[in-house]
Design a protein around this ligand. Structure first.
Ligand code: COA
Length: 259
């Protein structure tokens, strides 16, 4: 269990708080495992009617820990071994039975955005910026976002996010159907908590069945597997090596020199 994920249960709501603010809540393997385990276990806990995902610090999450990605690229045994079997958070999101609510405080990058596409209610703060710069990192979409994002916002907008790394602000996130509502930051947690309590108060079987009927779980899982093959290959590519080195060295990548 990761110290960087805080878990609290009250009033039928399981709250998962990303708590690695010094690294902008970049997600490590241990954090994915804690989040995934909590989501999986909630399905068997009658006291949990809803899961609320939020973050401490000045942004939601900067996405996957790039040092972890660089270690896999470099072929470090522990890092490669840890990624075997896929990402435990993504697997848990694909099969989640419990309603998921997100409170997004500011920036969300990469998996910080793709996880929102598995949430049932999403609230963002007014300064939120959503980016999915997978291609800038020589990677490809994950979390089944290659189908969920275009189907939510349209192909051209999704392509601009994936390939050009274009940011989506809070207003667009609401207009395009990624989020329910944008609220001032100081009201964000109260808004999301109230929504979570309202869901928790609804008849649980009807809620669970409604969520299941609204999602094609098999298609999501199949696309995650397909994406995972390409993602794993790209993660070890020379172009990804250059992208990760550029981030660590705080410089722009130069893909012109990659063989
Ligand atoms: N992985 C690992 N460390 C990360 C990180 C990530 N994804 N994102 C930020 N950090 C670390 C930085 O290295 C820095 O660490 P340091 O203080 O030891 O140098 C610290 O968090 C603060 O980040 P910084 O870049 O100074 O914050 P910022 O507010 O100027 O910029 C971001 C925030 C999110 C725009 C920027 O950090 C960023 O672009 N991160 C990478 C995002 C990304 O590409 N994620 C992967 C998506 S698939």
């Amino acid at each position: 269990m990761s110290d960087h994920i805080l878990i609290e249960k009250s009033g039928g709501v399981l709250t998962l708080t990303m708590n690695r603010p010094d690294k902008k809540n970049a997600l490590t393997r241990a954090m994915y495992q804690s989040l995934g385990d909590a989501i999986d276990q909630a399905a068997f806990d009658k006291d949990v009617r809803c899961i609320l995902i939020q973050a401490n610090g000045d942004m939601f999450t900067a996405g996957n820990d790039l040092a972890d990605f660089a270690a896999v690229n470099a072929g470090e045994a522990n890092a490669s071994e840890a990624r075997r079997g896929g990402n435990p958070l993504l697997a848990a999101l694909a099969r989640a039975k419990t309603p998921l609510i997100a409170a997004v405080n500011g920036r969300a990058v990469g998996v910080g955005v793709t996880m929102l596409l598995h949430c049932d209610l999403v609230y963002v703060s007014e300064e939120t910026l959503l980016t999915t710069p997978f291609v800038n990192l020589a990677l490809v979409p994950e979390a089944a976002s290659s189908i969920t994002l275009p189907s939510r916002i349209g192909h051209t907008r999704a392509f601009a996010m994936f390939v050009l790394g274009e940011a989506v602000d809070a207003k667009k996130a609401v207009d395009w159907g990624i989020a329910n509502e944008a609220v001032p930051l100081d009201q964000l947690r109260a808004k999301a908590r109230a929504a979570a309590e309202a869901v928790a108060a609804r008849p649980p079987a009807a809620v669970t069945i409604t969520k299941a009927l609204m999602r094609d779980e098999a298609a999501i899982a199949a696309r995650m597997d397909e994406e995972g093959v390409h993602f794993a290959a790209q993660l070890k590519s020379p172009e990804a090596k250059e992208a990760f080195a550029a981030f660590a060295e705080k410089r722009a990548p130069d893909f012109g020199k990659v063989a």
